[in-house]
Design a protein around this ligand. Structure first.
Ligand SMILES: [Zn+2]
Ligand SMILES: [Zn+2]
Length: 351
């Protein structure tokens, strides 16, 4: 074990502060990564404040981790010391179930091990995330970051990027498909860029007129103001696919009206409170799908990174110091970030 500096929430109601955690020395299949940047996901805030219940303290959030390999176990073949590497939302899974064998570790039957607040199979305690100096991860869950991608702006691809890439691919976004992205935040802005690069006609659906121009700059072909009844009416039955990135409780049924026959709406945010039940009548009448999805498997995450490198896609970021994290959470709640905070982990020691 090595003592490693970190930033942690010690309870649901106290700000994050300096903390020290133990990281294991690399076993034969382990990779130790010096963390250079860590993206700030809405899940970090939900978990730090136990808004989904079940948070174990101390809680060290962070699952958009990029850095450099500083040590590898004797059996490791995927990376070597000095390589650019990343860790997303998972650090382990059973490796034996139907999902794991299919490369869908995120849907591991007994459950994947979250990068933070998961059950650590090595220490027996809970896992600590990327708001820390280093992380030791089994080789299978390490991603390599293509040279074409800047490390800081690539960090959010590991959660926000794959959360959109996987369902866009699964539900067939591409040429000839009209894809609506609901909500322009960390997830939504990745959805616009990725769907555009996949060749789809991209329609931004937002509640705020100020975001229309931003959405077009990011690559949206069209914008629908969801607060404008006439615009929503005119857009009925015009879309094949909806990526719903809203993480607050809301009535997603209003968007089902935008779907053509056989259309699908995919829920990607996890609201802390219950949402209204589905309007089944409309779904039956148009053979609609209401679906949900989370991140992607390890192989698909690597594929997404290569896709982003090939298409010049990264997240739009604002870099912060470690000691600005509590303020950053408050700004996230107000939607005051374009579109992802990324912590420069070099500021951890000084914070
Ligand atoms: Zn996340
Ligand atoms: Zn499994």
């Amino acid at each position: 074990m090595t003592k490693t500096p970190a930033y942690a929430a010690l309870s649901a109601t106290t700000p994050l502060t300096h903390f020290s955690i133990d990281r294991r020395e690399p076993g034969p299949h382990d990779v130790k990564i010096e963390i250079l940047y860590c993206g700030v996901c809405h899940s970090d805030l939900h978990t730090a404040r136990s808004e989904w219940a079940g948070t174990k303290y101390p809680c060290v959030p962070g699952h958009e981790i990029v850095g450099r390999v500083i040590a590898v176990g004797a059996q490791v073949t995927k990376v070597k010391v000095g390589d650019r590497a990343g860790v997303g939302c998972m650090v382990d899974s059973c490796g034996e179930c139907e999902s794991c064998k299919a490369g869908l570790e995120q849907y591991c039957y007994p459950g994947n091990v979250g990068t933070y607040n998961g059950h650590d199979r090595h220490s027996g305690g809970h896992t600590f995330g990327g708001y820390s100096g280093s992380i030791t991860v089994t080789e299978h869950f390490v991603l390599t970051i293509p040279d074409a991608l800047p490390l800081d702006a690539a960090a959010p691809l590991l959660c926000a990027g794959i959360t959109l890439y996987s369902p866009l691919k699964h539900w067939g976004a591409g040429p000839g498909k009209r894809v609506g992205i609901i909500g322009l935040g960390g997830l939504g802005h990745m959805g616009v860029k990725l769907a555009r690069a996949m060749g789809a006609q991209v329609v931004m659906i937002t509640t705020s007129p100020e975001k229309a121009a931003d959405a077009q700059k990011l690559g949206a072909h069209e914008v629908i103001l969801s607060t404008d009844k006439a615009q929503m009416k005119a857009a009925e039955k015009t879309l094949d696919l909806l990526m719903n990135t809203v993480s607050a409780a809301h009535d997603y049924n209003a968007y089902q009206r935008l779907l053509r026959v056989d259309g699908a709406q995919v829920l990607l945010g996890v609201p802390p409170t219950d949402m209204p039940p589905p309007a089944v009548g409309r779904m039956i009448g148009n053979r609609l799908t209401l679906a949900a999805s989370t991140i992607g498997g390890i192989a698909e995450t690597q594929e997404m990174l290569e896709f982003c490198a090939a298409h010049g896609i990264v997240s739009d970021i604002e870099t912060i110091r470690m000691d600005q994290i509590n303020d950053a959470y408050e700004r996230m709640l107000k939607g005051d970030v374009k579109y992802r905070f990324v912590i420069d982990m070099a500021t951890l020691q000084a914070a």
